[in-house]
Design a protein around this ligand. Structure first.
Ligand SMILES: [Zn+2]
Length: 404
């Protein structure tokens, strides 16, 4: 139960009740379509007349369509209701330090179109390019009703100013993305940290999400991000910066991090860490032993990953070292939060058969919460960051409302 916040509350009106019921009906259609009005009344416990009124409104707002007549054992044949998937579109933007993807999705987060381009170092140039692409995307599909834009960022967004404030892996400083994108498209824009977006993607579209009320998403890329969902709510903290476990000290006096601290978790468990482990071992073997070939310093994470997939010993060791440190941080999260699930997102999950057992072992030997937390990877092909941006927009219509 939540304490009523007397500085920020909302009294219940008849509109509140209508809004709650409308959301319940919309969710029942989402998970049971095609469904008749009679079944909606049965599932929800609402009066038939109330269901009919809500459906009338949802059809007028283009969220729902009526389809074919169903069969009934007797009496009038019911009309089946569907979500209006093709007519409603959500735009998702996944910004990463190297590249950005813009995509158009339907109500089930199926992507209809997408394009990827290099992320410019200059924020102004980037925004100009992005708005041009967004306008084009919308212009070629005028039949779609666009509901909004969700943006996933490799940093944190200030809750009050909506500016990007903490993005150690991006060269931009204090950027306002929301205003120019809203002005260019006329659509509402929701900004979110990538790890939070992934946590939302899991809750809204993931295969293990049903019945999970406490979930931690750990994104492993250039850095490490965590998104926390506790008691079904995304945790933002007082500043919007909650979840920066990647920048908590794992090793006292350790290697310097781009954030300015030393020994941060992400310095030891991110993609960049694996590249460093690999080049360190390559350097050692060059100076110490014979048999090392070529110059390894130019390798990037994709190369190390590919080599590890081919069972290259040094690459496998580098990935295993990443996994040990990933496990150490996850053990900390599990001990502290006791979540139902930890989901790991990132290219490194392609090697889950190698890293999964290491993470499990490390967690098993360290975590003390007693929680039976499931740890599982997401399939990179589901594009979790991008799917999260769609959830950002859809949760405004499908999510549970906050009242009182
Ligand atoms: Zn750091």
């Amino acid at each position: 139960m939540r304490k009523i916040d007397l500085t920020n509350f909302q009294v219940a009106t008849s509109e509140t009740a209508r809004d709650i019921n409308r959301r319940i009906v919309l969710n029942l259609i989402l998970s049971n379509e095609p469904i008749s009005r009679a079944d909606l009344a049965r599932h929800s416990g609402l009066q038939r007349s109330t269901v009919s009124l809500i459906i009338e409104q949802l059809i007028a707002d283009r969220w729902v369509t009526e389809g074919a007549n169903g069969r009934a054992p007797r009496g009038r044949r019911p009309t089946f209701l569907h979500l209006n998937k093709e007519r409603v579109g959500v735009i998702g933007i996944n910004i990463r330090p190297a590249e950005t993807t813009v995509a158009l999705a339907d109500l089930r987060a199926h992507f209809i179109a997408q394009e990827t381009f290099a992320t410019a170092d200059d924020a102004k140039r980037f925004i100009a390019d992005l708005t041009k692409r967004l306008r084009n995307l919308m212009r070629v599909r005028p039949e779609i009703t666009y509901e909004g834009i969700g943006v996933s960022l490799p940093g944190r967004v200030d809750a009050d100013t909506n500016r990007l404030v903490f993005a150690p892996n991006l060269p931009w400083k204090n950027v306002d993305l929301k205003t120019p994108l809203e002005q260019a498209t006329g659509l509402p824009v929701e900004l979110e940290n990538a790890a939070n977006a992934c946590a939302l993607a899991e809750v809204w579209f993931g295969k293990y999400a049903l019945g999970v009320s406490n979930l931690v998403a750990v994104t492993v890329s250039e850095g490490i991000g965590t998104g926390l969902i506790l008691n079904h709510q995304l945790v933002r903290g007082s500043t919007g910066l909650a979840g920066e476990f990647g920048h908590t000290t794992l090793i006292e006096g350790g290697i310097e991090c781009r954030c300015g601290n030393r020994g941060c978790w992400e310095v030891y468990a991110s993609n960049s860490a694996a590249v460093r482990y690999y080049s360190e071992s390559a350097t050692t073997s060059r100076s110490g032993r014979s048999g090392s070939k070529g110059n390894h310093t130019a390798l990037n994470f994709q190369d190390v990953l590919r080599l590890a997939e081919q069972n290259d010993t040094k690459a496998v060791q580098a990935i295993e070292k990443l996994a040990q440190h990933l496990g150490a941080g996850i053990a900390l999260l599990i001990t502290g939060i006791a979540p139902d699930a930890v989901v790991v997102i990132g290219e490194v999950t392609r090697l889950w058969n190698k890293i999964g057992p290491i993470i499990e072992d490390t967690v098993h030997s360290r975590a003390r919460s007693g929680a039976k937390t499931q740890i599982f990877p997401t399939d990179p092909s589901t594009q979790p960051r991008l799917r999260g941006t769609i959830a950002l927009v859809l949760q405004k219509y499908f999510g549970a409302p906050t009242v009182a």
